[in-house]
Design a protein around this ligand. Structure first.
Ligand SMILES: Cc1cc2nc3c(=O)[nH]c(=O)nc-3n(C[C@H](O)[C@H](O)[C@H](O)COP(=O)(O)OP(=O)(O)OC[C@H]3O[C@@H](n4cnc5c(N)ncnc54)[C@H](O)[C@@H]3O)c2cc1C
Length: 480
């Protein structure tokens, strides 16, 4: 669509000349997120207040213009890609910590605040906001709420939605809605703030969030355990939890991921077939020693080929960095190949992790594709990345077929097609399968809150068609 000058003038009255851009370079750039998709918007606007967002939504509603709220664009499933063009509402100027009450255990923060910036402030008071996504340095808290982001620590500390006490959002018609409370407990009817968690910009534009605070544990240590197979590593994770031991985090890496990281970063990890890195945390050294001993004993019972506990912060940082580098390292694994987020973040019950990873390996072999499996496996969250030649239609087609089967396995095991990254485009068809019995209710909620269908239209429950439409790679058969 092309925006006519009347609309641009109305937008300029709200945000001023410097508050929007029509530059082709800017528009092109904002057509990406970190997924495999791209589509160019018609205008990029950077609002500075909830009132501006409200005025912009009234303009969009009046002229039936699609609107995609955007955080840092680190999403991996295409949720922030404006597939129908229209307005991008880029939230980076709304980045302030508005109020903090440590005595009441809450903080009010604008949606565009970067996760790490919020935690840097909370750390001054001994508190933290735990979800810890791998994109912590860039992703915004509004984007985290909109995708219900989490990360390494979810098994012990939960996901973003577990910390949302309330929030302010702007509806499609421009109405400002303040929902939730500043209390730790709240039983007052429908929890609209929860409804916005995972809404991916389809129900409203989140402008401010009230998060519950929690204290940061004083001590931690880690243990790296090597295994002969990823299935054996997966079995160790459920054995650990059944002890019982809830680790602060437990990261799994298969052989493809380990090889890629060792090649890219000069061997920071042992050359084993699979590994887990288990982190324990707590208030005292005694707690850490006790929990680390449980980890070591369990790993040995589960036939670990190596068990390396460490209190050394530099060593642990090296392991953590290695694990966080999987995604980028995979693109350097094979010449002419890149790692792509097709089926990138499924969740299964923890005890089903071994069965799931064995199935992923079978499926990859059957379709002749390279799949790396890694993830926050102690909460059942498995990442798979496919390493393929992005110009080769055959590789994409085989990849998509493999992905469909991987999703089916996860659904059959009682899991989900997305544990933390969200639905967007790449999981949309399988999400519709997974949530078949909820789908008409989901669409009814969307219709009630956005009757004109202008908020991030065509995504998730509304997606129709091939999941390679809008591909950003130079594959001539699929290029958008
Ligand atoms: C290297 C890397 C590692 C990652 N690791 C993790 C991880 O460990 N855990 C995890 O959960 N995710 C991870 N991600 C995915 C991503 O970082 C998260 O989904 C993150 O929460 C997205 O935040 P964002 O600000 O970048 O949102 P965007 O990508 O800009 O947007 C994501 C979705 O949220 C919507 N949205 C954004 N802001 C708003 C708002 N204010 N109001 C309404 N809707 C909004 C958008 O419309 C879109 O649908 C990773 C990504 C990368 C690139």
């Amino acid at each position: 669509m092309v925006l006519d000058q009347t609309v641009i003038d109305e937008i300029e009255q709200v945000v001023g000349k410097g508050g929007y851009s029509l530059s082709p370079a800017v528009l092109y750039t904002y057509g990406f997120d970190a997924s495999i998709y791209h589509n160019t918007p018609d205008i990029v606007i950077q609002p500075t207040s909830t009132e501006q967002v409200s005025a912009l939504m009234k303009i969009a509603s009046k002229h039936h213009i699609p609107v995609v709220p955007r955080g840092a664009g680190t999403g991996l499933c295409g949720a922030a890609v404006p597939i129908k063009g229209g307005m991008i509402l880029a939230m980076q100027k709304m980045n302030k910590i508005v109020r903090l009450s440590v005595a009441d255990l809450w903080v009010d923060v604008q949606a565009g605040c970067v996760y790490n910036d919020l935690n840097a402030e909370l750390a001054k008071y001994g508190f933290f906001f735990p979800p810890s996504p791998g994109s912590a340095e860039a992703c915004q808290v509004g984007g985290m709420v909109a995708t219900n982001a989490s990360g390494m620590r979810a098994v012990k500390y939960g996901a973003t939605r577990d910390y949302v006490l309330g929030l302010t959002f702007v509806r499609a018609d421009g109405e400002i809605v303040k929902c939730g409370t500043h209390t730790i407990k709240d039983a007052s009817g429908y929890q609209l703030a929860r409804l916005m968690c995972g809404s991916e910009g389809t129900l409203g534009v989140i402008t401010e969030v009230t998060f519950k605070l929690t204290t940061k544990p004083k001590k931690s240590a880690s243990c790296l355990c090597g295994f002969d197979s990823v299935v054996a590593a997966g079995k160790c994770i459920s054995a650990l939890i059944a002890k019982p031991l809830i680790p602060a985090s437990c990261e799994l890496m298969d052989n493809v991921s380990i090889t890629a990281v060792n090649k890219a970063l000069g061997n920071p990890l042992p050359a084993v077939n699979a590994l887990i890195i288990v982190e324990v945390d707590g208030e005292t050294d005694e707690i850490i020693q006790r929990d680390l001993k449980i980890v070591e004993e369990t790993a040995k019972e589960q036939h670990a080929t190596s068990v390396t506990p460490s209190f050394d912060k530099a060593q642990i940082a090296k392991w953590t960095n290695a694990r966080k580098s999987v995604l980028a390292s995979l693109s350097a694994l094979l010449p002419g190949h890149v790692s792509v987020s097709l089926a990138d973040d499924m969740g299964v019950p923890v005890s089903k992790v071994p069965e799931a990873v064995a199935a992923f390996q079978r499926i990859a072999k059957a379709h002749n594709v390279t799949v790396a499996t890694y993830g926050h496996a102690s909460d059942g969250n498995l990442h798979t990345k496919m390493v393929l030649d992005p110009t080769d239609k055959g590789e994409w087609d085989r990849g998509v077929a493999a992905v469909g089967e991987i999703f089916d396995v996860c659904i059959k095991l009682g899991g989900t097609v997305t544990g933390e990254h969200g639905v967007g485009i790449s999981k949309a068809l399988s999400f519709q399968k997974e949530r078949a019995s909820e789908l008409s209710s989901i669409l009814a909620i969307k219709q009630a809150m956005d009757p004109e269908n202008i908020l991030n239209p065509g995504k998730a429950a509304q997606w129709r068609g091939n999941m390679l439409t809008h591909l950003r790679y130079p594959c001539k058969e699929y290029v958008n």
